[in-house]
Design a protein around this ligand. Structure first.
Ligand SMILES: Cc1ncc(C[n+]2csc(CCOP(=O)(O)OP(=O)(O)O)c2C)c(N)n1
Length: 337
């Protein structure tokens, strides 16, 4: 690797420590996901929907946004994203164990339905793509109140075919709203491959709504960071939305209820596993002289311990009380933090 390539993160304004931190979040998300598979298979949690293969883009995008200022509307695979903007492993574990202390829904929602007032993570609902018009609404709020923030929303490739996507993009384009749409194109919508749901290009749809569309390698952390950062700057200059199509691959089955080998081959999955963005960033860091096998082992051991403590805590934490079933369902003035 040439000196120029080695310094790519410096050219983007990222310090060595920041790249290492990005990598740490990716590994945390990956190891959390792997732990959830084990917990589900051993009957300790009912269900898990995985983000394996998508963490690189999620973490890099979160890194390009401003915590405490911007509004985030992630979708159900975005563990890397929510960890980077401040959710903890303990909170994620509380959510998969459906415990009362789960900050997302107090154990009422399926896991992956993130929501946190204090982290500006906007609660999502289960019908896919509903978060897109919601994000546009937040961006409209920024414009009407002349506030300096952007809203950032993610969704899958299949979701980009829902009406909500088109309505949201159209409205945001007309009003030049500060919203960033990021499609995590992982090649599948459950069992339906991309070519059976979309004949054209997802990124190029943006042209029809009057704003730029950018297709980016979602397994290239630094590229995703660069593109999201630019989109944020455009939005804050009042130039409107950007659609980003981050291309990646869903390495895990759709969920723990899915047998993916009914619609794709093991070879296809293994070929894509080799293109995974996490080892790619690790190799880049090693080639820059800022990472080593020893540091990798140390980090993995530290995350493993954090996960074990979080798992034990969440497993022992109390379930929601049955008399609280209707809390937060109707306007009771409460609400989760
Ligand atoms: C409106 C709606 N239709 C169908 C579903 C069932 N469903 C849940 S996830 C999913 C696949 C979505 O695929 P995609 O948007 O590509 O995201 P991915 O799961 O691949 O990350 C579907 C169809 C749903 N939740 N909402």
């Amino acid at each position: 690797m040439s000196i120029g390539q080695k310094q790519m993160h410096h050219q983007l304004g990222l310090t060595d420590e920041q790249v290492i931190e990005m990598y740490t979040y990716m590994l945390k998300a990956r190891m959390f996901d792997e732990r959830c598979f084990l917990l589900q298979r051993s009957g300790k949690i009912p269900f898990h929907v995985s983000g394996i293969g998508q963490e690189t883009a999620q973490v890099a995008a979160a890194y390009a946004l401003k915590k405490g200022t911007d509004y985030f509307l992630p979708y159900y695979r975005d563990y890397g994203f929510v960890l980077t903007v401040g959710m903890t492993l303990r909170e994620l574990l509380l959510s998969v164990f459906l415990k009362a202390e789960d900050p997302n829904s107090g154990g009422r929602q399926l896991p992956g339905h993130f929501g946190s007032k204090k982290l500006n993570i906007v609660t999502g609902s289960s019908p896919v793509t509903t978060q897109v018009p919601h994000a546009v609404g937040f961006a409209l709020g920024a414009k009407l109140q002349r506030k300096e923030f952007v809203s950032f929303v993610t969704f899958g490739d299949g979701s980009s075919n829902q009406g909500d996507f088109h309505e949201g993009c159209n409205f945001a384009g007309v009003h030049k709203l500060p919203v960033i749409f990021m499609c995590e194109n992982n090649q599948y919508a459950i069992s339906v491959p991309l070519h059976k749901q979309t004949a054209g290009s997802i990124a190029e749809r943006a042209l029809g709504y009057g704003f730029p569309g950018v297709k980016v390698d979602g397994r290239d952390a630094l590229e995703v960071y660069r593109v999201v950062k630019e989109a944020r700057e455009r939005a804050l200059r009042g130039e409107g939305p950007t659609l980003i199509e981050a291309v990646m691959y869903r390495i895990s089955p759709h969920s723990t209820s899915d047998n993916d080998l009914l619609y794709r081959t093991r070879e296809e999955v293994e070929t894509n596993r080799e293109r995974d963005g996490i080892p790619r960033l690790r190799n880049y860091m090693i080639s820059c002289g800022i990472w080593s096998e020893d540091r990798e082992a140390e980090l993995a051991a530290q995350i493993k311990q954090e996960l074990t403590e979080a798992t034990d805590y969440a497993e022992q934490a109390p379930h929601p009380a049955s008399e609280d079933t209707l809390l937060h369902v109707y306007g009771d003035g409460g609400g989760l933090q």
